[in-house]
Design a protein around this ligand. Structure first.
Ligand code: ADP
Ligand code: MG
Length: 393
């Protein structure tokens, strides 16, 4: 059986109770922002390509209240963060805020530092149902929830949703030291119930793609629960390799490059790796365009086939898969009624996403469990809403 995710009210009451216990009064602000699963378009965002994520019912929720003290006091009830789950820091001059310890608080500090205006001190409790470090973007959920909290606290809102997403991305770059693309923050801000989001990472234009009408089919997320290995250094290496390839072809990004340009790289005797990385990005951008077309035509077989091709390209050309992810994908594909399966997120651990007929969900889960030596968890991915301010009651 797939895991049931806590609903918003359950998470909210947990957070409100913890707030009273910690601060001795009731919170009066409540916000949340979702994690996401990327359906196709992997490692294309920092190459100015297309991505197709959808927001999940898994959320990071923050309750809080303005405080009269000089410092902000923030508690995260996440069990997975290894360091202290409590932080205090001053916000009186937001330009003086610096990253530090505990590391998880840097995502929050970065949002305060990048907010539209100065913010007053506040107390807050964070509760999340997004698995941390599993490739479902708990980091963007935390940033976007924080930013939404600051909007509620100050009454000052971003003019455009993309400004909010970009400020959150800057927080992750400058405060957490993670040079991430723009996909995670965009979908966490702009997710729409029943839809996936096609994002053009070159001009940041978006298109909401309805997927609630896929009726007999569903996207299943399988968390390998395998720790990320080498992920941040390998991510930077891949990204730098793409930038170098674009430079060698005199292009601003690999979005401008076509498959025939591979011959130009070969003629320059570039390392074989660069050829492979470039080929992944070019073909993955094309697959994402075709996948949206398939969804719009309700051609789910085609969509599944593109997911399979995406995984194979990530495995063979981009080399960001792992034994665990390959095992999960191969096991899923053995079931009749599974249309496609691929790793999702940056790779090297984390999750897979599988498109399958609803009536084979249990059979697929059981088969994967039998074939996988690790302890996988399963979630049905229902396309959910982006960040929002919630009623406190
Ligand atoms: P992912 O975004 O795929 O979950 P990342 O490595 O990008 O993985 O982000 C995970 C980090 O984000 C954690 O190590 C922690 O620092 C921070 N984080 C995410 N959610 C929370 C939370 N609820 N409480 C505290 N920190 C969190
Ligand atoms: Mg992240």
């Amino acid at each position: 059986m797939a895991t049931t995710v806590l609903n918003v009210n359950e998470i909210k009451s947990k957070a409100l109770d913890a707030f009273v216990n910690k601060f001795g009064e009731n919170a009066n602000i409540c916000v949340c922002a979702p994690g996401r699963v990327n359906l196709i378009g992997e490692h294309t965002d920092y190459n100015e390509g297309f991505v197709l994520p959808m927001a999940l019912p898994m959320i990071t929720l923050i309750v809080g209240k303005r405080s009269n003290l000089e410092k902000c006091n923030i508690v995260s009830l996440s069990e997975i963060i290894s360091s202290e789950n409590y932080v205090e820091f001053e916000v009186s001059s937001r330009k003086n805020i610096k990253p530090g310890e505990p590391k998880w608080a840097n995502y929050i500090k970065g949002c305060v530092a990048n907010f539209i205006c100065d913010v007053p001190s506040f107390n807050a409790v964070i509760v999340s149902s997004v698995p941390v470090g599993a490739g479902l973007s708990s980091s963007a959920a935390l940033e976007v929830a924080t930013y939404t909290f600051l909007e509620a606290l100050t009454g000052v809102k971003s003019e455009k949703p993309e400004d909010k997403a970009l400020a959150c991305q800057r927080a992750e770059h400058d405060f957490a030291g993670v040079p991430c693309g723009i996909m995670d923050q965009f979908i966490s801000v702009m997710g729409k119930e029943g839809h996936a989001l096609l994002l053009d990472c070159r001009d940041l234009s978006i298109k909401q793609i309805p997927i609630s009408q896929i009726n007999d089919y569903v996207f299943l997320i399988t968390n390998s629960n395998a720790p990320h290995k080498l992920s941040s250094s390998a991510y930077c290496k891949r990204r730098d390799c793409c930038y170098e390839a674009a430079k060698r072809l005199n292009k601003g990004s690999l979005r401008e490059v076509s498959i025939s340009d591979i011959q130009v790289l070969k003629a320059q005797n570039v390392p074989k790796e660069m050829i492979k990385r470039t080929r992944h990005v070019i073909t993955e951008i094309q697959r994402t365009i075709e996948a949206v077309d398939a969804l719009e035509k309700r051609d789910f077989n085609k969509f599944g086939q593109l997911m399979n091709e995406s995984h194979d390209s990530l495995k063979n050309d981009y080399e960001v898969s792992s034994i665990e992810l390959d095992t999960l994908v191969a096991a899923a594909r053995e079931i009749n009624g599974v249309l496609g399966s691929r790793l999702t997120g940056a790779g090297f651990g984390g999750c897979t996403v599988t498109l399958l007929k609803k009536d084979v969900i249990d059979e697929t889960i059981n088969h994967i469990k039998a074939k996988y030596s690790g302890n996988a968890t399963f979630y049905i991915a229902t396309p959910a809403m982006g960040a929002r301010i919630l009623d406190i009651n």
